[in-house]
Design a protein around this ligand. Structure first.
Ligand SMILES: Nc1nc2c(ncn2[C@@H]2O[C@H](COP(=O)(O)OP(=O)(O)O)[C@@H](O)[C@H]2O)c(=O)[nH]1
Ligand SMILES: [Mg+2]
Length: 158
């Protein structure tokens, strides 16, 4: 369904934890070995983001999603390929994760990295501690609600 929320980003950035915190999946802190689709979410393995020859997995999954979150780990900030998110069909939001434990420098660098990757909007959150999640949730609802209101019955993320 096009109302799915997809997460992508490096291994260990907290994608699966974030998805669970947003209500989109049951699984927490278990290594994601493959793309996991539910009616409301798409979880992706970090390898698909870390290895360019696997990018097609992310691009194909994004086609079946209404919104993509690019998750950056503020405790291990790093740059992503410039303009990477522009190849995704549909909107992409940047998420700086682990602000409960990251320092200012890691948060700032992650913000810059997400901008370089091509995202316009960035939210800073802790998928584990809950900080910033309400604002992110509200924005997700707004975007998915607008794109696919008639699909939202079984795909609510709140
Ligand atoms: N401190 C902290 N740890 C987190 C947060 N989100 C995830 N983690 C931890 O980071 C590790 C990787 O999380 P996971 O969701 O499996 O990452 P994924 O590989 O991107 O799906 C786990 O040990 C999580 O408990 C967060 O917001 N803060
Ligand atoms: Mg995972």
């Amino acid at each position: 369904m096009k109302s799915r929320l997809m997460v992508m980003g490096p291994t260990g950035a907290g994608k699966s934890t974030l998805l669970a915190a947003l209500g989109g999946s049951q699984e927490v802190a278990k290594k994601t070995e493959s793309v996991v689709f539910t009616d409301s979410s798409v979880d992706t393995p970090g390898e698909a983001f870390d290895m360019p020859r696997l990018y097609f997995i992310l691009i194909n999954s994004a086609v079946k999603s209404g919104l993509v979150l690019l998750v950056a780990d503020a405790t291990r900030p790093r740059f992503f390929p410039a303009g990477f998110t522009k190849v995704m069909k549909g909107p992409v939001i940047g998420v700086i994760n682990k602000i409960d434990v990251a320092g200012e420098a890691g948060i700032d660098l992650s913000r810059r990295a997400l901008k370089v990757a091509g995202v316009k909007e960035v939210f800073a959150v802790s998928g584990k501690g809950g900080q910033g999640l309400e604002a992110l949730k509200a924005r997700i609802e707004e975007i998915l609600g607008r794109c696919c209101a008639n699909e939202r019955r079984s795909a609510r993320i709140d």
